[in-house]
Ligand binder design. Structure first.
Ligand SMILES: [Fe+2]
Length: 301
């Protein structure tokens, strides 16, 4: 795996290690899973919330976070629509600002995708052009959002990928935006897997384009092992993908410049009909903590 030592050290201030957590959908199913996780000896260092469809009600997110003991969080977001010339309306910005406060948010992760216009969301993450003009739009918007978000920002390689458009591949564009806007990177290994539905990417080449010292967070899937191994379900390919994600993360941690502050497991849409069991989640969180290599019971703001 190639390091990107040709990039200057990032001027941004990466926060201290936060630890391991999972993408928490504010639904009864997840509340139950969390209780079962604690009951079997598991713990989280933080949670990630969707700052969008499942979590558009700020007061509800605040209530959920209080119910979990007010842990730190990160917000998984696209509402700053950083690829668009149009900007989000004032009410959306105000909602996101309140959510940062209410959810004890350490930083927001915005998708490097095209969401639509101020009036109209596309309903999906469209692949941005890899052109200079498009890249500069992301950088300009991120510089502005950094001033208004009330917390730090990361950007995420997105999942909906078609053929390459313009001079930059997906991760080359992520690199140029992160360096240009001085923000962290949310490296989503899950999204490389999802991208297979569209156009498979040269994963080695894409990951090699990422300046590892900019990576703050990693996303990876966690499916239900019994179902991944059930021959009747035919999920061998999904099991191989999960193994790829795990092995890739282990390899990345061998790179001296790779020092993320958090790892997030995505258990919804992880390729199995049922969620990972609480015990699987507990063990995955412990494994991620070991990789992070710190006692993650650190003070966070
Ligand atoms: Fe995402």
């Amino acid at each position: 795996m190639t390091t990107t030592s040709e990039h200057p050290a990032p001027p941004h201030l990466k926060p201290p290690t936060i630890g391991a957590g999972f993408l928490y959908h504010c639904s009864p199913e997840f509340a139950r899973l969390y209780q079962e996780l604690v009951a079997c000896g598991g713990r989280i260092d933080f949670v990630e919330y969707l700052a969008t469809h499942f979590g558009s009600d700020v007061e509800y997110v605040a209530e959920v976070n209080a119910g979990l003991g007010n842990p730190p969080s990160t917000l998984h977001c696209y509402e700053y629509m950083i690829g668009s010339v149009d900007r989000p309306d004032a009410a959306t910005v105000a909602k996101l600002q309140r959510m940062v406060e209410a959810a004890n948010c350490q930083y927001i992760g915005e998708h490097v995708g095209m969401m639509g216009t101020t009036e109209q969301y596309s309903g999906t993450f469209l692949q941005p052009f890899g052109t200079d003009e498009q890249t500069e739009t992301f950088i300009r918007n991120l510089r502005e959002v950094k001033e208004q978000a009330g917390c730090a920002l990361t950007i995420e390689n997105q999942s909906q990928v078609y053929n390459r458009i313009g001079p930059r591949s997906i991760c080359e564009q992520v690199r140029d935006i992160a360096v240009g806007a001085d923000v962290g990177i949310l490296l989503s290994l899950s999204n490389f897997i999802i991208a297979e539905r569209f156009v498979p990417m040269d994963r080695e080449r894409e990951i090699a384009a990422i300046p590892l010292e900019y990576v703050w967070q990693v996303h990876l899937p966690l499916g239900n092992a019994a179902q991944l191994n059930d021959p009747d379900l035919g999920l061998d390919w999904r099991r191989a993908e999960q193994r790829w994600a795990n092995e890739t993360l282990v390899q990345l941690f061998k790179e001296p410049s790779f020092k993320p502050v958090s790892v997030v497991f995505e258990i919804e849409d992880a390729g199995t009909p049922s969620h990972a069991t609480p015990e699987e989640l507990r063990d995955a969180l412990e494994w991620a903590r070991e990789l992070l290599g710190e006692d993650t019971k650190v003070e966070v703001r």
